[in-house]
Design a protein around this ligand. Structure first.
Ligand SMILES: NC(=O)c1ccc[n+]([C@@H]2O[C@H](COP(=O)([O-])OP(=O)(O)OC[C@H]3O[C@@H](n4cnc5c(N)ncnc54)[C@H](OP(=O)(O)O)[C@@H]3O)[C@@H](O)[C@H]2O)c1
Length: 326
């Protein structure tokens, strides 16, 4: 059986994901939907997609499509997911999953009620290096993990209308970049007992930089930093009682990491991304759908909801709200 994909939107990540789909088995990219026919046609021509829709609604209602990958700005994810699920489609939705936990809970409840597959496209978790890193952690070589720290920053050109800075589209560093260290923390430790965070809000009212400490009942600590103002190495360190794992750069899509033990010994690991990093999350969706499952054990929906709650707590501490969102 072949799983037939539709892609909603034609921006940067839609294109990268379409490239990744070329490496996925049992899968076909059959449709694209855009707000304009011209963008749909251009995108479809690049990827040889037969069904080209001039609205998201037409894509959601395309009877040839099994699963829709949503690649719109985060401020649109909630309504886009509801539309697809109500049309009976399975859904893979880009991070940040929604603007807040209330929206996420509603979408998850709808998917469960309709018995449709739903997953947040947190691609990092499916990459070969991260899968192997988790295996090494489970082997106990660095002992009990007690702390995690990671940063993700990059300085885009300032444009108040772009999705990165416009509050109506879910702008700010947290939902775009900070979600990676927050999600990685959740993968390692689950939901914290307490969060202490601070942010610098820019002239459009979104967080330009933020830092958060996540505190667990047994004393584990995680520290996350994200910024739209700096150019960072985007490192991560997972620290245990017997040693640590370091990801020296771009921890959100690593191909290498090092295991460094108390005695100073060091082992470097390399797990290349073959083809395109987005193929792995897409392959997971295909495999779960073929197995008749409604969510992924690697990125479960209850965890996506917890991640949104963690980010709500941070934004509440800064007094940062998105317009027209409860
Ligand atoms: N996983 C990753 O590595 C990764 C990387 C980058 C982004 N993302 C996520 O993917 C999503 C999209 O990011 P992107 O970088 O692809 O953004 P982008 O290049 O700006 O593209 C967003 C697309 O969404 C559609 N759209 C719908 N309403 C829009 C609006 N009001 N303003 C602008 N575009 C609108 C447009 O497609 P049409 O014109 O065809 O309708 C547009 O091309 C975000 O949630 C982001 O967090 C993930």
């Amino acid at each position: 059986m072949t799983i037939r994909w539709g892609i909603m939107a034609t921006g940067w990540i839609a294109e990268a994901f379409a490239e990744g789909l070329q490496y996925v088995t049992d899968s076909q990219l059959i449709a694209v939907g855009s707000r304009s026919q011209r963008s749909a046609d251009d995108f479809a021509a690049r990827f040889h997609i037969p069904n080209r829709h001039a609205s998201y609604e037409a894509l959601a209602n395309d009877p040839d499509v099994d699963v829709v990958y949503i690649a719109t700005p985060h401020g649109m994810h909630y309504e886009n997911m509801l539309m697809c699920l109500n049309a009976g489609k399975h859904v893979l939705c880009e991070k940040a999953f929604t603007l807040n936990a209330r929206q996420a809970a509603e979408v998850i409840a709808l998917a469960r009620a309709k018995k449709l597959f739903l997953m947040e496209a947190m691609w990092t978790r499916f990459l070969p290096a991260v899968v192997e890193l988790q295996r090494i952690l489970l082997s106990g070589v660095i002992g009990e993990v007690r702390a995690f720290q990671a940063d993700f920053s990059f300085p885009p050109r300032f444009d108040p209308k772009s999705r990165l800075f416009d509050p109506a589209l879910g702008g700010g560093s947290l939902l775009d970049l900070g979600v990676y260290p927050v999600s990685f923390t959740s993968m390692l430790f689950g939901e914290p007992e307490r969060i202490v965070s601070a942010a610098h809000l820019g002239i459009t009212g979104v967080d330009m930089q933020m830092g958060a400490v996540m505190i667990y009942p047994d004393g584990k600590l995680a520290m996350a930093f994200s910024s739209l103002e700096c150019n960072g190495a985007n490192r991560a360190a997972i620290q245990g009682r017997l040693g640590r794992i370091e990801i020296a750069r771009e921890f959100f899509h690593p191909e290498q990491f090092s295991v460094i033990l108390q005695d100073g010994s060091r082992e470097d690991y390399t797990f290349p991304i073959e083809g395109n990093g987005y193929r792995y999350e897409a392959q997971e969706v295909v495999e779960r759908l073929l197995a008749g499952e409604l969510e992924s054990p690697v990125m479960p929906l209850d965890e996506t909801l917890a991640i949104m709650r963690m980010m709500d707590t941070m934004r509440a501490q800064w007094g940062m709200v998105y317009p027209n969102v409860d």
